[in-house]
Design a protein around this ligand. Structure first.
Ligand code: IMP
Length: 434
């Protein structure tokens, strides 16, 4: 067994939190590599529900290390509140969580500036999580961001903060989105946050590479999903980070030569939150039934998720971008009540079959999905934990997806609990995590 990347193959919310939590006991370290508190990983352990936003779900396993890599943007208030919640239910965070000194720091002014893209007349709203994620990454790429190491360097931080905020105030006033806030009080608060996180901050690239050299194993946990990746997703309806497998290397400082496998997570259908193209969206009662049965509401914002049918061309695309060796199919039980289950097997435009994923939103919106309908199994699969016990038609559905996507389905999730999972015996995935 080696170092494995697990990430979403659709538009996020595929159920990665549960799968990472499930597999994490087989690894020494779980590392996040991108995003911020826009992510929401829901994990159920017994009666307890945890929504993790910044901290990798490996933290829930006693003795495992959790790493927040350099590729993330961190709102310290959100991070500290998450730490407090975990500690209040007895999860040991101190000593088990390492925060990169190169990750970027998110400030309230980033949320104010998000109104530039989301609220102004003439701009197409992306339907972001309004957490300030995009503006924080803008600062990073523009080389004026404040990193965790800068936050801990008090004198430097004071001067840098004042100069960066002066710019933000000027921009906000120019574009009429200025929102009164006490910038000096915020600076003091951030100085206090710095002291609280200081013991957890280190060079996590060095930590991870040393650990790997010493024979320890790392599970890299993606946030959002490949179709929200800033390069490979449905741009501009994407998040601002590299959610695909390549991001695991840049976002942690672990080289590609140390990655031993990549696994995708996909729902048995598709969902999307926020605006943007979605070729297989079911705008009828079927979409509504999926939303109801799957409780498809955002973990962070509570927004209803848009729901639709499994999309083979999309999975083939994300499998190619990430090099999936196996996929985990989640929420199979949500489809239990459908008599017929459409699966999109191809994209057409102007009577032509499309071999590639169209690069623009305009082109994706014009796509005609080609469907094949499979018979439903009309029987409960909720909680089934052995492949043999799945209804024959559910097995046929999975075999069809495997055949059309060309990617093995190594694991199936049939409910939110750890034990409501089927790891397919003899699968490549079983070997990757053995
Ligand atoms: P942002 O990441 O807040 O900038 O939002 C950009 C897009 O990514 C929006 O469509 C969000 O709904 C979506 N998004 C961000 N994080 C998640 C997530 O964890 N799950 C699903 N969608 C997300």
């Amino acid at each position: 067994m080696g170092n494995l990347i697990i990430l979403g193959s659709q538009w996020g919310d595929e159920g990665k939190g549960k799968i990472v939590d499930l597999f994490s006991d087989r690894f020494d370290i779980v590392a996040r590599y991108q995003g911020g508190h826009n992510a929401g990983h829901t994990v159920f352990i017994g009666e307890k529900k945890f929504v993790l936003k910044l901290i990798p779900s490996g933290i829930l396993r006693p003795g495992k290390k959790a790493v927040i890599g350099n590729g993330l943007v961190i709102d310290p208030a959100a991070l500290l509140s998450e730490i407090e919640t975990l500690e209040s239910v007895g999860v040991q965070v101190a000593g088990n969580l390492a925060i990169s000194n190169r990750a970027h720091v998110l400030f309230p002014a980033h949320r104010m500036l998000e109104k530039m893209s989301e609220g102004r007349p003439g701009r197409v709203s992306l339907g972001t999580t309004s957490r300030g994620i995009g503006p924080c990454y803008e600062d990073k790429i523009a080389r004026r961001g404040i990193r965790v190491a800068d936050l801990l360097d008090t004198d430097f931080f004071r001067a840098q903060y004042d100069s960066v905020m002066e710019e933000k105030i000027a921009i906000a006033k120019t574009f009429d989105i200025f929102q009164e806030m006490d910038f000096h009080r915020i600076r003091d608060e951030y100085e206090a946050f710095a002291e609280r996180i200081r013991p957890m901050v280190c060079d996590t690239a060095w930590l991870l590479n040393q650990a790997i050299r010493a024979g320890k194993t790392v599970l890299f946990e993606g946030a959002q999903g490949t179709m929200l990746d800033v390069d490979h997703g449905t741009y501009p309806f994407v998040t601002s980070s590299s959610a695909s497998a390549g991001g695991a290397c840049t976002g942690t400082g672990v080289p590609p030569t140390r990655i031993d496998g990549v696994v995708g997570v996909s729902k048995a259908y598709v969902t999307r939150v926020g605006a943007g193209p979605f070729p297989t969206e079911a705008l009828d009662g079927a979409g509504e039934l999926i939303r109801k049965r799957g409780n498809e509401f955002g973990a962070v914002t509570g927004r209803p998720r848009r729901c639709g049918w499994f999309d083979v061309p999309l999975l083939r695309y994300t499998a190619a971008i990430n090099g999936f060796e196996s996929i985990v199919v989640t929420k199979l039980d949500v489809l239990d009540e459908f008599d017929r289950i459409p699966v999109c097997v191809g994209y057409r435009h102007d009577k032509q079959d499309l071999a590639e994923m169209p690069p623009t939103v305009r082109a994706i919106e014009k796509v005609d999905p080609v469907y094949e309908c499979l018979p439903g199994w009309n029987q409960s699969t909720f909680g089934v934990s052995s492949y043999a016990e799945l209804p024959a038609k559910a097995k046929d559905y999975l075999a069809f997806l495997e055949d059309r996507t060309g990617v093995e389905i190594g694991c199936i999730s049939t409910g939110p609990e750890r034990n409501q999972t089927i790891l397919k015996p003899g699968s490549r995935l079983e070997r990757l995590i053995a």
